[in-house]
Design a protein around this ligand. Structure first.
Ligand SMILES: Nc1nc2c(ncn2[C@@H]2O[C@H](COP(=O)(O)OP(=O)(O)OP(=O)(O)O)[C@@H](O)[C@H]2O)c(=O)[nH]1
Ligand SMILES: [Mg+2]
Length: 357
């Protein structure tokens, strides 16, 4: 799962990438405005995994993971005539975006538009993405029209459906509506998959605050989008400290809780994945599955062999385990079940897959 950290030059993307991933990449003028990509893999914090791990005391505890990609090179005007190859590819491959908006004032760090104004910056990026999607859709519609002229006969049903959908989305984009606001059917989502449309991607907005926080009432009433404040520079510095030193530092700054972990969790939640767990003496582990997965599909997340040889799933729920205190108590209460192929796995289910090998 790839989440791109995007934003205008000098908004603090690399700083926030460092804070989220415990990295130590150089920040500042050296890289400004260039197309540069850095990636790092991060475990998604999950309190449920912590508690399961405390109960089962396993050798290994494994969280689900997200890959963050720091992508430089986004500026006003980049979408005109279509985004350039490599840059567009990077963006198109993302499952979601974390957009950094600059809210810190620092006269030593030039702002591309001279003043700190996160709402304006948000609107600029949105405008670029709307335009980029529009260019993509128009060029596909032109190709379809050309095909029709060339063939001189009616098009296949699938192509007609595609053109209809694209016309509908084109009209929305022209009214400045990002596609993440549109309810699409599974079939439509599949049809659009190859386009890598940017406004379709879930977006977490991170307001990158300076040492002194300021209130900005950012307007962002879109679906599959959220907003959070973060003091990027402080948190990036904190992520480089030993835990004890970090605590002292946090007390000094009056920070009670780090936001970086919250950003990771929120950005994961935006992607609408559910988690199920496997537990045991060897390993407690969280697994990511698409919402609505069946038991064999969930088994396939662990290993394709488990899906192929699936017989039944032993299932109980995390909430019942916590409420009742032990697996034995869950069994006594009749909340430990055997489920078959059609069972829809729920977020927080604890599974053991019975399979033939
Ligand atoms: N004062 C202050 N400076 C910050 C903060 N966040 C980032 N900076 C500084 O702003 C400059 C740019 O930060 P980067 O993280 O490199 O920004 P970027 O968005 O990655 O920039 P490009 O990759 O060049 O587009 C650096 O000098 C950072 O130290 C902050 O919260 N407060
Ligand atoms: Mg950078």
């Amino acid at each position: 799962m790839r989440l791109g950290i995007i934003g205008l030059p000098n908004s603090g993307k690399t700083t926030i990438f460092n804070a989220l991933t415990n990295s130590n990449l150089p920040t500042g003028a050296a890289t400004s405005g260039q197309f540069e990509v850095h990636t790092a893999v991060v475990s998604v914090p999950d309190e449920r995994v912590d508690r399961l791990s405390a109960m089962y005391n396993p050798k290994k505890t494994i969280y689900t993971q997200v890959t963050y990609v720091d992508i430089g090179g986004l500026e006003k005007g980049v979408a005109e005539g279509g985004l350039k190859g490599q840059f567009r590819n990077e963006l198109a491959q993302l499952d979601g975006m974390v957009q950094v908006l600059r809210a810190f004032a620092d006269e030593n760090v030039p702002h591309p538009y001279g003043t700190v104004d996160p709402q304006r910056d948000l609107d600029i990026i949105e405008g670029e993405f709307l335009l980029s999607d529009l260019v993509m859709i128009e060029s596909r519609l032109e190709k379809i029209a050309e095909e029709q002229r060339r063939k001189g006969r009616t098009l296949e049903k699938a192509t007609v459906d595609e053109a209809e959908l694209l016309e509908r989305l084109k009209a929305l984009l022209e009214s400045d509506i990002p596609l993440r606001d549109v309810d699409l059917t599974d079939t439509e989502v599949k049809m659009l998959k190859g386009f890598g449309l940017l406004t379709l991607k879930p977006m977490l907005i991170v307001l990158n605050q300076g040492d002194e926080r300021r209130d900005y009432a950012i307007v962002n009433d879109h679906k599959r989008s959220n907003i959070i404040d973060l003091q990027g520079k402080i948190e990036a510095e904190l992520s480089q400290l030993e835990p004890e030193d970090a605590t002292v530092f946090m007390e000094e700054y009056g920070i009670t809780e780090l936001s970086a972990a919250k950003v990771v969790r929120l950005s994961y939640e935006l992607l609408a994945y559910d988690s199920f767990f496997t537990v045991g003496e060897d390993e407690v582990r969280a697994w990511r599955m698409p919402t609505g997965a069946t038991a064999p599909e969930a088994a396939g997340v662990i290993h394709t062999d488990l899906q192929k040889g699936f017989i039944r799933a032993e299932v109980f729920h995390y909430d019942d385990l916590i409420e009742l205190g032990s697996e034995a108590a869950v069994k006594n209460a009749g909340k430990f079940r055997l489920e078959g192929r059609d069972y829809i796995v729920k977020d927080g289910d604890i599974l053991h897959i019975r399979h033939s090998s």
